[in-house]
Each structure stands twice: as structure tokens, then as C-alpha cells.
Write a protein that binds this ligand. Structure first.
Ligand code: AMP
Ligand code: ZN
Length: 116
């Protein structure tokens, strides 16, 4: 288990900070975004700390597949039958502000700008 004690999302995964959980499995956790950009806005994160998509792809490519599968399951559970958008902001120029890789699952109505 890789964690960073100063990381916001590691603290959420550990239950040290509050969140509204939507889904969890062995390797991933999904919780509602604090500042939703759509009626449904859920973040899917790995339990292990990886800074961004490049880092997780290099270290554990199977985990990338697990994150995508969890996002699809979140969309199903949230009833996003009409479709949804997955966003992964990567790096500062990509709009990433929390450096623990996460997938934004957006849907259920208008998406107000890009997440991030
Ligand atoms: P990004 O800009 O792609 O790094 O996305 C970070 C996301 O984390 C933003 O959409 C924030 O609204 C969200 N966020 C920040 N702090 C929290 C928190 N404590 N609980 C849930 N979501 C958060
Ligand atoms: Zn972390």
C-alpha cells in the first residue's frame, strides 16, 4: 500500500477526512466531488497513491483498467443511462490540482465547464 501522508485523497481513502462514498472495491474508492460541475460528479481514485496518470500507467497499468471499470460501475449505479463524461486532468497544464490520480465521472445534466 503506497500512501502519502500529506495527500488529500490519501486522507479520504484512509477515512481521515470526510467524504460521501459512492462506490469502493479492493483497489479503488469513489466519492462525490466537493464542488460538483454537473448534477452527478464523482471522483474515482486508487487506494494507492500515484501522482497522476503517467505515474500510475508506468507503475501499475492494471490499476488504470481497474479505475476505468470502477468509473463505469459508478455511472451505472448513479443511473447515468444517457451517458457520461470521464475527465482525467493530468499535470498543472492539464488543470490537475490534486496530485493523487483521479477520474471525474460527470453526467445527469449540463456539465458546467471542464472539471478542474
Ligand atoms: P483536479 O482539478 O482534476 O485535480 O480535480 C480535483 C477535484 O477535487 C476538484 O474537482 C475539487 O472540487 C475536488 N475536491 C477538492 N477537495 C475535495 C474534497 N475534500 N472532497 C471531494 N472533492 C474534493
Ligand atoms: Zn494520495
Amino acid at each position: 500500500m503506497t500512501t502519502d501522508p500529506s495527500c488529500l485523497f490519501c486522507k479520504i481513502v484512509a477515512g481521515e477526512l470526510p467524504s460521501t462514498l459512492v462506490h469502493e472495491d479492493e483497489r479503488t474508492v469513489a466519492f462525490r466531488d466537493l464542488h460538483p460541475a454537473a448534477p452527478t460528479h464523482v471522483l474515482v481514485v486508487p487506494r494507492d497513491h500515484h501522482a497522476d496518470l503517467a505515474a500510475v500507467s508506468a507503475a501499475d497499468p492494471g490499476l488504470v483498467a481497474d479505475l476505468v471499470a470502477a468509473a463505469v460501475e459508478v455511472a451505472r449505479k448513479e443511473g447515468l443511462d444517457g451517458g457520461h463524461r470521464l475527465v482525467v486532468n493530468t499535470g498543472a497544464d492539464g488543470g490537475q490540482t490534486v496530485f493523487h490520480v483521479h477520474l471525474h465521472v460527470l453526467g445527469g445534466g449540463p456539465i458546467t465547464g471542464l472539471a478542474g
